[in-house]
Design a protein around this ligand. Structure first.
Ligand code: NAP
Length: 547
């Protein structure tokens, strides 16, 4: 797929473009927001750092990258024609196919004509007198618009490990979120990978198949369960298409907008035999059933969680031949499902290969530094030809922190959120007029494209309302922000995941100031969130202040 050059017209030097709206990001959110804003007759400019559309699926080109949501619930549902013409090839689509899909959407709706690529936004300042935003790009170029939409993703601010000497390595070093556009050849190479999150768990089995030797540096192991991906036949795809309406309607009323829904029973209410049979069934099925379709208490009750964790640990012991390696791969500091569960394809069996070594950097061989030749641990210097830092992201608010957002009094968004995000519905930040967020903090997420479609539709509704009433400015109401922030914090309280460090609770040891847990998402029921937003819409958006 050729990269797109800068397509949108650039203003003469020193002049700022002026449009009705600016969208930051041309991923799934930004593309759909552009589509909806055009429908409202607005002029729009999209700024995107990459050279083409796709966001997450543009950047994350590492081997093994694929959905762990069912492909046929991951596409946009707003266009029946689009649903009817696109054939997913696999139940859990690999990254190249997903990127092809997003390019198809961009072509079909002629989205690129309002997009400016290679354009990293560094600042967005609100001008109270002009009632508009001024956006500045890395190269100093400026653009102005009444409305600002952030479509910057929850996992886009990638982070490198804070290890001394990190940049001294003389061979190629990659972060999966900045993977080269041409495939990396691992043949005959000694490869080191730091990190064992969802990304590494997808990449490790693929790299191990090619590399001469792969060394995995693991800090904390993650629970993982089988993906069970399969190809989709033509007949199967036709059958799925015939049920799209039903599939999307079903997802819309589940708590996380996936096809999976918790079993109504509690773990300890059923006999051990029945429990075992149920878990065997879930473990053998594709997708997130083992996480989201499990007994309803496994993610909130310690005892129930212990039982499912024991079951998954047993599976790991069965799949990994060396018992000492199996023990290293079993998490001891958190229970199953309390961090986002990676779905894997042969991950555990990869450790049965002769060309793969697992290094436990907590208990056995702490990393001391990166050297020009490789990684120096407490025991030895391990030499590599290629290093991979699969060390994750500064989740949810990280991408916001990287842009200098300033509201009416010059207050930065970073400062405004120093004690935690303050928003209404995770869509509009308090104190930042006319700034709407897709996948902002404190919004409902779950199945990401469905969350995006829902919030973009809601925000397009807000704008339609404003256009119809001649309003030019929208702000939050303090009492509604208080109420929503409390709702979000309360919803997180019973969850075991709230007691665990992860990107979801805002902890990233590689980033200064990210050591304390925060509530970053709405963890309540997605169906309730839909109802709430629908009520706000039908009630005439009384929860906002319009001028
Ligand atoms: P992650 O889950 O945050 O994992 C980062 C890994 O790097 C962890 O194992 C972490 O160890 C380790 N690490 C970080 N800094 C380190 C250091 N200085 N020394 C040693 N180890 C270090 O990040 P990710 O794997 O990129 O996944 C993030 C999220 O992206 C996932 O949870 C998921 O939501 C999403 N994702 C989705 C898919 C998909 O849909 N198929 C695929 C990939 C990712 P600790 O655990 O000890 O911090």
């Amino acid at each position: 797929m050729p990269d797109t050059n800068v397509l949108a017209e650039r203003p003469a030097q020193g002049q700022a473009t002026v449009t009705d709206a600016i969208i930051i990001g041309a991923g799934i959110s930004g593309m759909f927001m552009l589509y909806r804003l055009r429908e409202l007759g607005m002029s729009v400019k999209v700024f995107e750092a990459g050279t083409n559309v796709g966001g997450t699926w543009y950047w994350n080109r590492y081997p093994g990258a694929r959905f762990d949501s069912e492909s046929w619930t991951y596409g946009y549902s707003f266009s029946k024609e689009l649903l009817a013409e696109w054939d997913w090839k696999e139940h859990f689509s690999p990254q190249p196919d997903t990127l092809e899909y997003l390019n198809h959407v961009a072509d079909k709706f002629d989205l690129r004509r309002d997009m400016q690529f290679r354009s990293t936004v560094t600042a967005a300042h609100w001008d109270d007198a002009a009632n508009q935003w001024t956006v500045t790009l890395e190269n100093g170029e400026q653009a102005k618009a009444r409305f600002l939409f952030t479509a910057i993703g929850i996992l886009s601010a990638y982070t490198l490990p804070a290890i001394p000497g990190r940049d001294s390595f003389q061979g190629p070093a990659y972060h999966p979120a900045r993977w080269p556009h041409t495939p990396v050849d691992f043949t005959g190479k000694r490869v080191g990978i730091i990190g064992t999150g969802a990304t590494a768990i997808q990449a490790i089995p693929e790299i191990a198949k090619q590399a001469a030797h792969l060394t995995v540096f693991q800090r904390r192991p993650n629970w993982a369960a089988p993906l069970h991906n399969a190809k989709i036949s033509k007949e199967e795809m036709e059958e799925i298409k015939s049920r799209y309406e039903e599939i999307y309607a079903h997802c819309a009323q589940t708590p996380s907008w996936f096809i999976h829904e918790a079993d109504r029973r509690k773990t300890l209410d059923v006999s051990p035999e029945e429990r075992e049979a149920f878990w065997e069934k879930l473990y053998a099925e594709p997708g997130f059933g083992i996480w989201m379709g499990n007994f309803r208490d496994i993610l909130i009750d310690e005892k129930a969680n212990e039982k499912i964790s024991e079951f998954i640990a047993r599976k790991i012991r069965q799949r990994v031949k060396d018992p000492a390696v199996a023990e290293k791969l079993i998490p001891k500091d958190h229970g199953f499902g309390s961090r986002r569960v990676p779905l894997e394809s042969g991950y555990f069996e990869t450790y049965n290969r002769d060309n793969v070594t697992l290094v436990d950097v907590i208990n056995d061989e702490p990393i001391e530094c990166i050297t020009p030749k490789g990684v120096k641990t407490s025991k030895q210097e391990r030499e590599f030809d290629i290093l991979i830092y699969a060390t994750g992201f500064d989740g949810v608010t990280g991408a916001f922190d990287r842009i200098d957002f300033r509201g009416p009094n010059g207050l930065t968004l970073k400062d405004a959120w120093a004690d935690g995000p303050r928003t209404y519905l995770g869509m509009l930040p308090e104190g930042f007029p006319n700034m709407l967020m897709a996948l902002g903090p404190h919004t409902a997420r779950g199945n990401i494209p469905q969350a995006i479609e829902h919030s973009v539709n809601f925000q397009a509704g807000v704008l339609r309302f404003m256009l119809e009433h001649g309003y030019t400015r929208i702000d939050t109401r303090p009492e509604c922000v208080d109420e929503w922030t409390e709702t979000v914090i309360k919803a997180a309280e019973p969850l075991l995941s709230s007691k665990v460090d992860s990107w979801q609770t805002g902890v990233n040891r590689n980033v200064a100031g990210r050591q304390v847990r925060r509530v970053l998402g709405y963890n309540g029921n997605g169906a309730h969130f839909r109802r709430k937003t629908d009520e706000v819409t039908t009630g005439g958006f009384k929860e906002f202040v319009f001028r």
